[in-house]
Design a protein around this ligand. Structure first.
Ligand SMILES: CC(C)(COP(=O)(O)OP(=O)(O)OC[C@H]1O[C@@H](n2cnc3c(N)ncnc32)[C@H](O)[C@@H]1OP(=O)(O)O)[C@@H](O)C(=O)NCCC(=O)NCCS
Length: 194
């Protein structure tokens, strides 16, 4: 378990597949993701099998501290030479949107990525109409690094894709600022200090 304040991250299990399938086949969730085709049980099972073998990706289940599985978060295209990776996240349970679970899971994964995996940068892509996600990423310290103009065709129109990233040193600086505030110190402290 990788523990945050509101969430904890655990390994994905085969038994998680039906729930993930429900999320990824929900158009309201899927509109924000790069996948756009309906997903079958077979496809999701094959994806799961491939993940077990991969050295360049790691996906975790996001649970509330009460143990409810509400989404997934992962690092993809892990590049061990340049020490970077792409972050992907989905809170599939829509009742949990906008309540701070996504921010907490992202900060928890970033802490693990920088303090334990020794990555140097983490980046992500987000569609320009996904205001909730953009706000959440900014709040976690991600900065806009670029924009793929009209890089996405969705719903009969072209949309921009934003590139955002955060460096190890920027995340450490944010941790320092947070730890100056006593009420945030416990949740924001590096793993090895908790
Ligand atoms: C994107 C996602 C991971 C964010 O997690 P979350 O728990 O919903 O986000 P948080 O509550 O931590 O933060 C959301 C921020 O957006 C704001 N927000 C909430 N609803 C919003 C809305 N409809 N429009 C704009 N901003 C909104 C919140 O106030 C908060 O900002 P603040 O902290 O400055 O007040 C989650 O919503 C999700 O998985 N959505 C569906 C799939 C998705 O978009 N994945 C990301 C693909 S790049």
């Amino acid at each position: 378990m990788i523990c945050g304040k509101k969430t904890r991250l655990r390994a994905m299990e085969r038994e998680d597949i039906p729930l993930c399938l429900r999320w990824f086949n929900d158009p309201e969730v899927r509109q924000y993701l790069s996948m756009y085709m309906p997903l079958s049980v077979d496809e999701e099972e094959r994806w799961f099998e491939r993940q077990l073998e991969r050295q360049d990706a790691r996906v975790f289940a996001i649970e509330t501290v009460e143990g409810v599985h509400i989404g997934n978060i992962g690092l993809h295209d892990l590049d061990w030479k340049n020490r970077n990776a792409e972050l992907g996240v989905v809170i599939g349970e829509k009742a949990y949107w906008g309540l701070g679970y996504g921010s907490d899971a992202i900060r928890t994964l970033l802490r693990f990525a920088f303090d334990e995996m020794n990555l140097h940068r983490v980046h992500l892509r987000v569609f320009d109409f996904n205001e909730r996600a953009i706000r959440c990423y900014r709040r976690c310290g991600f900065r806009e690094e670029g924009r793929l103009r009209q890089g996405l065709y969705r719903g009969g129109a072209y949309h921009d894709v934003l590139l955002m990233g955060i460096l190890q040193e920027e995340f450490c600086d944010l941790q320092g600022v947070a730890s100056q505030s006593p009420e945030m110190a416990q949740s924001e402290a590096p793993l090895n200090e908790r």
